[in-house]
Write a protein that binds this ligand. Structure first.
Ligand code: KG4
Ligand code: ZN
Length: 348
């Protein structure tokens, strides 16, 4: 069976066709994966402008879907279902994908499947590598989220912890902005960090020990916090008499990156030990980070736990992961009503 996936939760208009393989250990194969990025539009503003994003999704969605069919050498008649990101995300952006998917499913007479964006990121690991040994602990780390999930059975995602303030990707983007490095900042900081000294300056690590009053169901000690770190970088930059040299900027990037990645990896493996995980994974835009990928592999080898990561193409937002998560739900018998609505704050 083929499924069409649609993703418009933020600033990428994406469509993909994914096929079931019939192999239980490696259940899905990508037939096409098309992304129209809006980065050049939002770069001018230093961040995503929601109204511009939703308007651009409207312009791009039809062409992106047509291209997904062309690349897959498939037609509407070959489809068994349509999957779409229902949330979380920017509501105007989500609405474009949800409206398109509802119309497409109704017109082709196939079921509609509503997908949580983060379930898509988690399933990108299975799409890439095949089924993970369960239970698995997965760190979803992007511009909007930094959360740990326990996957104890296929398609079941339990939130273990999340950031109390900024997401890790957001901290990368803000630090890049205050260093005058451009947008999106994550890949630029990652590149410069490789040339800098990661012990050059003193930056704080936040360790939360108390439960969050807004989420009493979580223990809280696996939570993340990055806003203090970002402020410390700002204070360091402001305390310098002269603008930072290229070398000093690289040192700030390297030190910032070491602190962020150490916290992410430490919490991920703390959780893995606590929940006796048989595998660990990283997903989401920041999982493209070179140091995070290296340290995940290294720590996994030392702890003798298999580690999973998506390809760079499947790290950032894409529709193939939404199609994959959609197939998982479809096979579990969960389909969406024809009056499905977008939900900007959808809970997984
Ligand atoms: O998953 P994604 O494409 O969109 C969201 O759902 O947020 O993630 C985008 C985020 C941005 O904050 C970007 O700066 C960050 O991922 N990112 C990186 C790297 N590549 C992308 N952060 C650190 N290192 C990278 N190499
Ligand atoms: Zn994402």
């Amino acid at each position: 069976m083929l499924i069409l996936g649609i993703e418009t939760s933020c600033d990428e208009t994406a469509a993909a066709i994914v096929e079931e393989t019939g192999d239980a250990s490696r259940p899905w194969a990508i037939r096409s994966n098309v992304i129209a990025s809006q980065v050049p539009i939002h770069r001018e503003w230093g961040g995503v402008v929601p109204e511009l994003a939703s308007r651009q999704h409207i312009r791009d969605i039809c062409g992106v879907v047509e291209r997904a069919f062309d690349d897959a050498k498939a037609t509407w008649r070959d489809l068994g279902a349509v999957a779409v990101t229902q949330g979380p995300g920017l509501v105007g952006s989500l609405l474009v994908g949800v409206s398109f998917a509802k119309a497409a499913a109704a017109a082709s007479g196939v079921p509609l499947v509503a997908v949580h964006h983060l379930a898509g990121h988690i399933e990108s690991l299975v799409l890439q590598n095949g089924e993970m040994p369960l239970p698995a602990v997965v760190l979803v780390v992007s511009g909007g989220h930094t959360s740990l999930y326990l996957v104890d059975r296929p398609g079941h995602y339990e939130l273990l912890s999340r950031t109390r303030d900024d997401a890790a990707g957001e901290a990368y983007d803000k630090v890049a902005k205050l260093l005058g490095l451009g947008y999106p900042g994550g890949p630029i900081v990652d590149r410069l960090a490789r040339t800098g000294n990661d012990r050059a300056i003193s930056l704080p690590t936040t360790r939360l020990t108390h439960p969050d009053r807004n989420a009493p169901e979580l223990r809280g000690d696996l939570d993340f916090s990055f806003s203090g770190l970002k402020t410390a970088v700002l204070r360091h930059v402001r305390s310098q008499a002269a603008p930072l040299s290229e070398r000093e900027i690289a040192d700030v990037c390297a030190t910032f990156q070491r602190v962020v990645i150490t916290v992410l990896i430490d919490r991920l493996f703390d959780a893995a030990r606590r929940f006796q995980a048989r595998s660990v994974g990283i997903a989401g835009g920041v999982s493209a980070n070179s140091r995070l990928r290296e340290e995940l592999a290294g720590r996994g080898e030392r702890r003798e736990v298999p580690t999973f990561m998506p390809s760079l193409q499947l790290s950032t937002d894409n529709a193939a992961m939404i199609a994959a998560a959609g197939l998982r739900k479809f096979r579990a018998g969960i389909i969406a009503p024809p009056d499905l609505n977008a939900d900007a704050a959808l809970v997984l």
